[in-house]
Design a protein around this ligand. Structure first.
Ligand SMILES: *[C@@H]1O[C@H](CO)[C@@H](O)[C@H](O)[C@H]1NC(C)=O
Ligand SMILES: *[C@@H]1O[C@H](CO)[C@@H](O)[C@H](O)[C@H]1NC(C)=O
Length: 162
């Protein structure tokens, strides 16, 4: 699945881009992996990206807005997704929101801590297993598009850290 996802995107980037990409040989998903993140942090359909390797500043471009649910959470990606990428740490993020308790909150930081991914929206954060993101979610149906064979991602821990 992960392989298909990368291949798919690779094909897209061959056919559409070249352009002012940060690195012509890597997809946005491969860049994520290079910095220690699972590819599923970005949904399918990234059209291109820019990356300044000395500062880590990046922008990733989607075709519009992408929304899907992960269990009780609603996630929204709005192009462009921008931030600063470093090994195991995405910071100053903009363009990713999660709906919790009726409010849309911006995800500002994502940290890889061992086999956990920590999503921070400022005052609260939530930890999820990294392996739950080894596939790219699809806009609309997220990680659960194939209801027969689809793997159900369980997000049941919600950690508050003041
Ligand atoms: C990366 O950012 C630095 C600092 O803003 C800048 O000096 C440099 O020219 C940028 N590199 C590229 C390739 O854009
Ligand atoms: C972007 O989305 C629009 C509307 O869904 C579609 O018509 C268009 O072909 C898409 N563009 C790309 C580059 O995928």
């Amino acid at each position: 699945m992960a392989f298909l996802c990368i291949t798919f995107l690779f094909l897209i980037s061959i056919s559409t881009s070249s352009s002012a990409s940060g690195d012509d040989t890597l997809t946005a998903y491969e860049v994520l992996e290079e910095y220690g993140f699972p590819i599923g942090l970005l949904p399918k359909g990234v059209l291109g990206y820019t990356l300044n390797r000395s500062t880590g500043k990046f922008s990733a471009y989607l075709n519009g807005t992408c929304t899907f649910s992960i269990d009780s959470y609603k996630i929204k990606y709005k192009s462009p997704i921008t931030g600063i990428i470093a090994t195991d740490k995405l910071s100053s993020l903009s363009g990713i929101k999660v709906k919790a308790l009726l409010f849309w909150l911006s995800v500002v930081e994502v940290i890889v801590d061992g086999d956990e991914l920590e999503f921070s929206v400022g005052i609260v954060s939530a930890d999820f297993p990294v392996k739950d993101f080894d596939e790219c979610p699809s806009c609309g149906c997220g990680f659960d598009c194939d209801t027969v064979k689809g793997r159900r991602v369980k997000f049941n821990r919600y950690v508050s850290s003041a």
